[in-house]
Design a protein around this ligand. Structure first.
Ligand code: ACM
Ligand code: ZN
Length: 512
């Protein structure tokens, strides 16, 4: 079996050229030429490639592409005729490296492929290869929960870098939950002053609070770092459930008025935002306005998962809302709430995304047409969304997408709630086999999700993410008919050596 230079995700078409190696001539630094569509990115990709062991530098801007100087041995060309987005062709011969790309993302991924090759090669060398490559799905995501445990910007950057290394392009940042509010909102400072910190009886025994939050500068830094890596950041403000932190900061937003506490238990809690209080929507508008200020991407995730209805069923304000709006049940009240929040997000020019509970109770109020539904309970929930004409992101906990689950049935290993082997993650396919091409268009792609109740330490997050995230990257990059677990398993040991060089900790046990 060909090892295809052990690339992960495997390019959709790849021909290694046996016996051919690009060798940097003694004493020269190869220069990289790119026209304007990629010129500004050259400093960055050259730096990355140099760090991986293949030293190179940008050619001067006025270099003539038809008459490249002899040391300019890497050429990037824009090729609008390449039919797909994010597509690239890469040819490494003994003396020249040619990259043709449909867009700047395609060119960027050619360099990520070179980065993987460089990490597995001797210094200054690259194996001869011919690749034509593009992704099967446009949404290739990872969600990280930074509420259950807070992680510093340095770790978020590490995650973004490893995402780019695996050609993932959507970072879904879970910023709010019962255990901590992580996004600083200048006009609502108590969200983070009070809601960002909790007594944690599991890790401290004195009157010490744990937590933290991201400042505007932090977010700007992360968004820039992501953009350099062709990753869109999707902030999640999870409402109306998972609300203990926001309620601790502003108790008047709950049905009972509190008092509330930022939770140090994990689970689902009955304290939720009051659907009968107009002030809730004013506060959410203020929050989303600030979200728009710091997150330039086109999407905002509004959560919607796991919202118990006990408080709403017993709250005079919520009952009045139901009466006034002719809402028949508290499940329908959540659908009403979702529409209201989605409208705020849309009025700010963004596309709302919700967890698949946003489908519930929508018989009367429907859902905004451009709402994206993220399936998590099962892929069947995404199927329901697609059948209703909505776009969907497939990240079912039942099919290999929940990477906080244990990678193996062994009490010595970390991971919680369920089992998700590397093979489960590899076998995951975002597009259900029953879908025809029209239905398939509704599936934007898929995501791995990582909840952090069980992982106070970022090293353990890494350990659980990898190599299952490598498997998912291939599930999202290759069409399902091209996937081959035996081939992936054969490539993985060499890829793990690359992860080691990048100082990424990974689970190293059985794959199934
Ligand atoms: C979820 O796992 N509660 C989306
Ligand atoms: Zn209420």
């Amino acid at each position: 079996m060909n090892n295809f230079e052990n690339l992960i995700p495997l390019p959709s078409s790849i021909t290694p050229m046996k016996g051919i190696t690009f060798v940097t001539p003694n004493g020269i630094t190869p220069l990289v030429y790119a026209p304007s569509f990629f010129y500004d990115e050259l400093v960055f990709v050259c730096h990355h490639l140099s760090e991986a062991g293949f030293k190179c530098a940008p050619a001067p801007k006025d270099t003539d592409p038809d008459n490249l100087p002899p040391n300019c041995v890497i050429q990037v060309e824009e090729e609008p005729d390449l039919p797909m987005a994010e597509m690239y062709q890469l040819r490494v011969t003994s003396s020249f490296i040619q990259i043709r790309a449909s867009d700047s993302s395609g060119a960027f991924y050619a360099f990520e492929t070179l980065r993987q090759l460089a990490l597995s090669s001797r210094k200054g060398r690259l194996p001869g290869i011919s690749i034509i490559d593009n992704p099967a799905t446009s949404w290739r995501g990872l969600m990280l929960d930074t509420s259950r445990h807070f992680f510093p910007v340095s770790f978020i950057k590490k995650i973004l870098d490893t995402m780019a290394f695996h050609k993932l392009n959507r970072f879904h940042w879970h910023l709010t939950d019962d255990q901590g509010w992580r996004l600083y909102i200048p006009s609502l400072p108590e969200l983070t002053e009070k809601g960002g910190w909790r007594h944690d009886t599991k890790t401290t025994w004195e009157d010490v609070k744990i937590g933290g939050f991201y400042t505007e500068e932090d977010i700007t830094e992360v968004v820039k770092y992501a953009r350099e890596r062709h990753i869109i950041v999707i902030p999640e403000i999870d409402v109306p459930g998972h609300a203990s932190a926001i309620l601790t900061a502003y108790p008047e937003l709950g049905c009972t008025g509190g008092p509330y506490e930022v939770e140090d238990r994990f689970g689902i809690f009955k304290e939720v935002l009051c659907a009968g209080n107009d002030r809730v929507f004013d506060v959410l508008k203020t929050i989303f306005e600030q979200v728009c200020k710091v997150f330039p991407g086109p999407y905002i995730h509004i959560g919607g998962d796991e919202c118990p209805k006990e408080r709403w069923d017993n709250c005079p304000k919520c009952k009045k809302r139901m009466k006034d709006e002719h809402i028949a049940s508290s499940t329908q009240l959540q659908a009403w709430f979702t529409s209201k929040v989605a409208n705020i997000v849309q009025s700010l020019g963004k596309t709302p995304i919700g967890w698949d509970e946003v489908l519930d109770g929508t018989e009367v109020f429907g859902l905004p047409e451009n709402m994206i539904v993220q399936s998590w309970q099962s892929s069947e929930r995404g199927v329901i969304a697609a059948k209703r004409g909505l776009q969907t992101i497939m990240s079912p906990m039942t099919d290999g997408c929940y990477l906080d689950y244990s990678p193996i049935n062994d009490p010595a290993e970390p991971g919680r709630l369920g089992l998700c082997t590397v093979k489960n993650s590899y076998d995951y396919t975002p597009i259900p086999s029953s879908f025809d091409s029209k239905m398939s268009e509704k599936v934007l792609g898929g995501q791995a999700n990582f909840w952090t109740e069980g992982t106070p330490y970022s090293r353990v997050v890494e350990y659980l993410l990898f190599p299952r995230l490598c498997a998912i990257s291939e599930s999202l990059w290759l069409p399902s008919y091209q996937k081959d677990f035996a081939s992936f398993a054969k490539r993985l040991p060499a890829h793990k050596k690359r992860l080691k060089k990048l100082d990424i900790l990974f689970y190293d046990g059985p794959l199934e």
